[in-house]
Design a protein around this ligand. Structure first.
Ligand code: SAM
Length: 213
């Protein structure tokens, strides 16, 4: 079967194809609860095109996302990767997403701050159980510069060579923009060489690079 196009992936998330049946969808004021996504359509569709071309389907095993919110991106990564791990500090987000997932077998939701050493250990344990390294890391949790740096230092070493590391809000949120620029221009003290950063900067901004060493 042909792979879905990036636009189809975006649309099928919106159509709720990944969500649980209606009995498990949370109703609020008579309206069906639909998980929101904090992404811009143009940025996400462009980024999905890039991600698919950088990581061939057979190599897309594990995605790690910091920042689940209402599960919008978690559902999108599930359409591309065999297993998706999301780390989220807000227990309500974790519970509501876990409850409404259609396929729970290929999701791990870790409800904790990404910055805690215990959370890093839990991610490592999940990876050991899967027998895989991370193919794709999205940093989209706490957007302060120290938190983005902490997420980068904690989880970048778990990404395989050839994997993709992405930052959301790299246009809109100054601390993220600054951290991404430090990496891109070789100013980041923990990294000797500048990274070849790519950007989609229509709205919130998504920046990413391929880990080459
Ligand atoms: C921008 S939202 C994530 C959006 C989601 N990726 C999407 O595109 O729909 C950021 C999320 O990070 C969570 N967060 C904030 N600080 C965190 C931390 N230290 N560890 C884990 N999650 C955190 C927030 O509760 C929030 O749900």
């Amino acid at each position: 079967m042909d792979e879905l196009t990036s636009q189809q992936i975006w649309s099928s998330w919106q159509d709720g194809l990944c969500r649980e049946d209606a009995s498990l969808v949370i109703s609020s004021g008579g309206n069906e609860w639909i998980p929101r996504i904090q992404q811009d359509e143009r940025e996400m569709v462009s980024f999905l095109d890039a991600l698919k071309s950088l990581i061939p389907a057979e190599q897309r095993k594990v995605a790690l996302e910091i920042g689940l919110f209402e599960g919008g991106t978690h559902l999108i990564w599930k359409m591309l990767f065999k297993h998706v791990i999301s780390v989220e500090i807000n227990p309500s987000s974790c519970l509501i997403v876990a409850k409404t997932l259609k396929d729970k077998t290929n999701s791990t939701i870790i409800c904790a701050s990404s910055q805690l050493p215990g959370t890093v250990k839990t991610v490592q344990k999940v990876l050991a159980k899967l027998g895989e390294a991370i193919d794709f890391l999205l940093i989209d949790g706490d957007h302060s510069k120290s938190a983005v740096e902490s997420d980068y230092l904690n989880y970048e070493p778990l990404v395989r060579i050839g994997g993709v590391i992405a930052f959301h809000d790299s246009r809109e949120i100054a601390p993220v923009r600054d951290f991404v620029a430090d990496l891109e221009y070789g100013r980041y003290c923990h990294k000797e060489e500048a990274v070849k950063m790519q950007h989609f900067l229509y709205h919130h901004g998504i920046s990413y690079y391929v880990k080459d060493r």
